[in-house]
Ligand binder design. Structure first.
Ligand SMILES: *[C@@H]1O[C@H](CO)[C@@H](O)[C@H](O)[C@H]1NC(C)=O
Ligand SMILES: *[C@@H]1O[C@H](CO)[C@@H](O)[C@H](O)[C@H]1NC(C)=O
Ligand SMILES: *[C@@H]1O[C@H](CO)[C@@H](O)[C@H](O)[C@H]1NC(C)=O
Ligand SMILES: *[C@@H]1O[C@H](CO)[C@@H](O)[C@H](O)[C@H]1NC(C)=O
Ligand SMILES: *[C@@H]1O[C@H](CO)[C@@H](O)[C@H](O)[C@H]1NC(C)=O
Ligand SMILES: *[C@@H]1O[C@H](CO)[C@@H](O)[C@H](O)[C@H]1NC(C)=O
Ligand SMILES: *[C@@H]1O[C@H](CO)[C@@H](O)[C@H](O)[C@H]1NC(C)=O
Ligand SMILES: *[C@@H]1O[C@H](CO)[C@@H](O)[C@H](O)[C@H]1NC(C)=O
Ligand SMILES: *[C@@H]1O[C@H](CO)[C@@H](O)[C@H](O)[C@H]1NC(C)=O
Ligand SMILES: *[C@@H]1O[C@H](CO)[C@@H](O)[C@H](O)[C@H]1NC(C)=O
Ligand SMILES: *[C@@H]1O[C@H](CO)[C@@H](O)[C@H](O)[C@H]1NC(C)=O
Ligand SMILES: *[C@@H]1O[C@H](CO)[C@@H](O)[C@H](O)[C@H]1NC(C)=O
Length: 816
């Protein structure tokens, strides 16, 4: 009797002491109640009951980090069945080797999926491991259940996640509903069941974000390396019919986890031992990271600054104001004609592909090229992963629209897109931009040669040269004439059109030369820009302007019709705009009343859209560098068209700002960092645009500070009036009707944001367009302008200023 008691006591003691010392196990003999915890052997993780907040006392069974102060839950058992009454709640292992969570009324609110085990009666045991995995084992060691096969919102390192089995989705991350609500939220993460080759983040049942398609690179593991996570490698691999995902971190790394949060962000986080907080180790998404945000045939260019949607070569935007509408072909595909495939490297290939099995690269290409409805193909080699079901190839073909593409240096795949041209024509289309220039250059060369020949009196040689040149030009015209977007116009035609550049036909004079009105072939009104002879700088600007304008198509940009080089003459022929330029009206006491507020607002919006197009919607990032009222032309509806791209520069995709040692532009419109340091960026155009807006609203010239009493310049003047709410006093008094003070005030506000001294504070033009169009969106407060003494101050430059007040040529500045 006493012995028996002692025996029971001893057993009890053993159980208790085992719970206290190495309590990482749950056995059939004990159970876990609120307040109890299992702690993994290395004291990394803890398992127990928790309530998300003090206000919500609902009870959940979960796993969290034991050794960090901020409770970070990585797994929840009963996420969708919270327990409200805490008494008599317990987690046990049944005698059929299942783990069961009972509520206060003895109902099972959660249990491990019953994998009926023959002979399960021999018992089981659950262990919390240092990896964060909670494993239920039979006593002979067979694992019957583990928490990493039943993910909630977190993937822990060095654990193997079963994503799919026999092409059926198995593993799925489901985000919490809210920061304090573990129940299943809208966002989830899983392999695409229809292809088994790509991973999606879903918003409900809709794709939200698609990760790149499995290829050789992502199979063997992309490697992240950062200071917070020493080294991380990830792997996606098949074991027979099972597809697994694993990522590893090196020994001694801080705690690391992959989390799908309640806002749909998938992020890699690591614990900072110093700041005692989780820090983001993976990239933050760009703005077009969402599924299909660039529309059909559009791709998200991650390297661009700012990140933007672009069209592949041979495609153009459907709507330059709404990039999500995607791109369309410039030239329609015609079945039967031999088509050509264009290679796009570094792509995340599109969604909705057809996976053709067991092919070589050549078979894959052939598969696509012989079927007219095939738009693109891509090929990768899965051999390093052992392939999928005995197939080491991965040939993908697309028959519909190409959706959800991305381009970035961390993608390593080529996408081959079908284009209309045959390979021969394709070369010409590449030459399309260069042809006019080559032609112009050749003409110049030719002119020089002729001159040389003449002076040497070598007529024979001249004849030969001439024939060769003519042959060349005519052959070029036959082959690619249709592709030249604008023709070369002969000097004779231009002389005839402008009445030999007669002064009566002169429209104006700009930094690089004079502009004439002409009547081309007696019917077509054009504006001819005759660049100053021998200016030295002219050739480069000329080349820039020709190449750039040829590529640009937007209703707020002036259209180039043709070009000509004749001896040392360089000429550009533009569409003619009857209403001259904005300054012609804006700064003329008699004409300014033509510009009532609705027209001025239309001009502001149009110019903003035009600049936005230059900055981010055309396939290049173009900085105009000389925006000013005289470069805004007006058509017969008084719609604005931006002209004079001679000084624009192509900005390389990854370049945020650049420096130049030749500052061109117009004082007053030039941002401080550009005028002083030669540093220009898209934000320098934002600045010029802000100045232009202030001019449009006030009817005052930035370069006429003497018109403004008591203030050093227009910006300081505007800032003070705006700050004091005296908008009426600064509005151009010739706007009498229809002047909405709210709208005017908003424009001044936006202008002041644009002219802030620090480029970082100035908005991008896309934001400006948005602010102009959404009149109720709140605006940030502009910083007070710092006033610098600059050259345009009347005290210093008054003579110069007075004499050239109507002369745009004062605007060019050289030789810094
Ligand atoms: C706590 O939150 C859960 C999940 O949102 C909810 O079902 C439950 O009613 C809440 N309980 C209390 C007491 O607010
Ligand atoms: C589990 O064990 C209990 C008590 O030992 C017993 O009453 C019950 O029948 C067993 N259940 C099963 C399914 O074997
Ligand atoms: C909670 O459960 C216990 C036992 O099951 C019961 O006595 C008690 O009344 C319950 N409390 C509430 C608030 O329902
Ligand atoms: C352990 O026991 C189960 C059930 O009796 C059996 O299916 C399994 O094969 C055993 N595992 C080993 C490793 O013996
Ligand atoms: C998720 O989808 C719902 C319903 O379609 C939508 O209202 C919500 O805005 C989406 N969430 C995000 C972050 O896109
Ligand atoms: C962080 O990374 C940079 C670049 O890899 C390295 O130069 C630097 O030493 C690292 N800092 C620490 C604290 O490891
Ligand atoms: C965090 O810092 C403490 C002491 O500074 C150290 O003992 C512990 O190992 C560190 N943990 C990690 C995960 O680096
Ligand atoms: C950790 O936090 C401290 C303090 O905020 C910070 O100085 C340190 O750079 C952080 N370390 C890492 C690796 O991010
Ligand atoms: C998370 O998502 C929200 C909303 O989609 C976004 O505003 C936020 O910037 C994202 N955070 C990170 C770190 O990516
Ligand atoms: C691909 O080829 C392998 C080996 O030749 C074969 O075992 C497999 O069944 C083929 N798969 C398909 C889908 O044809
Ligand atoms: C071309 O592809 C389409 C779509 O996959 C298919 O329906 C059609 O049969 C194919 N045509 C040929 C000739 O292979
Ligand atoms: C695929 O990879 C294997 C092994 O690396 C190589 O032998 C084979 O040539 C590759 N095939 C293609 C099409 O790249």
């Amino acid at each position: 009797m006493g012995k028996a008691n002692l025996h029971v006591f001893f057993l009890l003691f053993l159980i208790l002491s085992s719970f206290c010392e190495s309590n990482d196990q749950l056995t059939q003999a004990n159970s876990l109640s609120p307040g109890d915890m299992l702690i993994s052997e290395g004291r990394v993780f803890a398992l127990g009951f928790f309530s998300p907040t003090n206000s919500n006392q609902s009870l959940y069974l979960g796993i969290w980090y034991h050794s960090i102060p901020e409770r970070t839950v990585v797994w929840v058992a009963n996420r969708d069945s919270p327990i409200s009454n805490h008494s008599s709640v317990k987690l046990t292992i049944s005698n059929s080797s299942e783990m069961v969570l009972f509520d206060s009324e003895g109902r099972a609110v959660w249990m491990t999926a019953s994998t009926t085990i023959a002979g399960g009666a021999e018992g089981a045991l659950a262990v919390l491991l240092d990896s964060g995995n909670f494993v239920l084992r039979l006593l002979n060691g067979t694992v019957v259940w583990q928490s990493i096969d039943h993910l909630t919102d977190t993937i822990l390192p060095n654990t193997r996640v079963l994503l799919s089995y026999k092409a059926q989705v198995v593993g799925r991350l489901v985000a919490w509903k809210g920061p304090d609500d573990p129940s299943s939220g809208d966002f989830s993460f899983s392999i695409d069941p229809s292809s088994n080759l790509q991973i999606f983040i879903w918003n409900g049942s809709l794709p939200y974000k698609r990760l790149d398609v499995v290829n050789e690179v992502s199979v063997s593991g992309g490697t992240y390396q950062s200071n917070t996570t020493s080294v991380m490698s990830q792997y996606l691999y098949y074991r027979g019919d099972e597809l697994y995902y694993t990522y590893t971190v090196s020994d001694g790394s801080p705690y690391t986890r992959i989390l799908l949060d309640n806002r749909g962000n998938l992020s890699l986080l690591s614990w900072n031992n110093t700041s005692l907080s989780w820090t983001l180790a993976s990239n933050t998404p760009s703005y077009c990271f969402l599924y299909a945000s660039c529309g059909p045939f559009g791709y998200c260019d991650v390297a661009a600054v700012p990140t933007t949607c672009r069209c592949p070569d041979g495609f153009e935007l459907v709507d330059s104001l709404d990039l999500s509408r995607g791109c369309q072909r410039k030239e329609a595909l015609r079945c039967g004609k031999k088509s050509n495939f264009m290679t796009m490297p570094n792509m995340k290939v599109p969604d909705k592909f057809l996976h053709i099995r067991n092919t070589s690269f050549d078979q894959c290409a052939d598969e696509c090229s012989r079927n007219c409805s095939c738009m693109a193909y891509a090929y990768a080699n899965l051999s390093s992963a052992g392939g999928t079901m005995g197939d080491t190839s991965r040939c993908l073909v697309w028959t519909g629209d190409l959706i959800d593409m991305e381009k970035a240096s961390f993608f390593h795949e080529n996408l081959y897109i079908r284009l209309a041209e045959s390979p021969v024509q394709k070369k010409n289309s590449f030459l399309k931009m260069l042809l006019p220039i080559i032609a112009c250059v050749l003409l110049v060369t030719f002119g020089t040669l002729v001159w040389t020949c003449k002076s040497r009196g070598n007529r024979q040689k001249k004849k030969v040269q001439k024939r060769t040149m003519l042959d060349y030009l005519s052959s070029m015209d036959e082959a690619g004439g249709k592709n030249i977007e604008f023709p070369l116009i002969s000097f004779e035609k231009i002389v005839a059109a402008t009445d030999n550049f007669s002064n009566c036909n002169m429209l104006g004079q700009g930094g690089f030369g004079k502009v004439y009105k002409g009547m081309l072939e007696g019917t077509k009104e054009v504006a001819v820009k005759r660049l100053s002879k021998g200016s030295g700088q002219g050739t480069e600007e000329f080349r820039n302007e020709v190449v750039l304008i040829a590529k640009l198509q937007h209703k707020n940009l002036v259209k180039l019709i043709g070009c000509c080089i004749h001896e040392d003459e360089k000429l550009l022929v533009y569409e003619y705009l009857p209403n001259k330029s904005l300054d012609y009206f804006l700064f003329d006491a008699a004409r300014k009343s033509v510009l009532q507020w609705p027209t001025r607002f239309k001009v502001i919006q149009g110019v903003a859209r035009g600049i936005m197009y230059l900055h981010q919607d055309s396939r290049l990032t173009i900085i105009h560098r000389d925006l000013k009222a005289s470069n805004i032309l007006l058509d017969k509806e008084m719609s604005p068209k931006i002209s004079d791209f001679g000084m624009a520069r192509i900005f390389c995709g990854d370049q945020l700002q650049a420096n130049t040692n030749r500052v061109v532009g117009t004082y007053g419109y030039m941002s401080p960092e550009y005028a002083m340091e030669g540093a220009f960026s898209v934000k320098s155009d934002t600045y010029s645009f802000g100045v232009l807006m202030l001019e449009i609203v006030s009817g005052l010239k930035i370069s006429s500070p003497y018109l403004i009493k008591d203030f050093p310049n227009l910006i300081v003047y505007a800032w003070n009036y705006w700050k004091d709410g005296k908008i009426e006093d600064m509005v151009d008094s010739s706007m009498v009707e229809d002047c909405s003070l709210d709208e005017v005030s908003r424009c001044i506000h936006i202008a002041l944001l644009c002219v802030q001294d620090s480029p970082n504070y100035r908005p991008l033009m896309s934001a400006v367009v948005f602010m102009l169009e959404n009149k109720t969106t709140p605006l940030p407060t502009p910083k007070q302008p710092i006033y610098f003494v600059r050259d345009y101050e009347p005290r210093k430059a008054s003579d110069n200023m007075e004499s050239s007040i109507n002369d745009a040529s004062l605007t060019t500045l050289q030789g810094r």
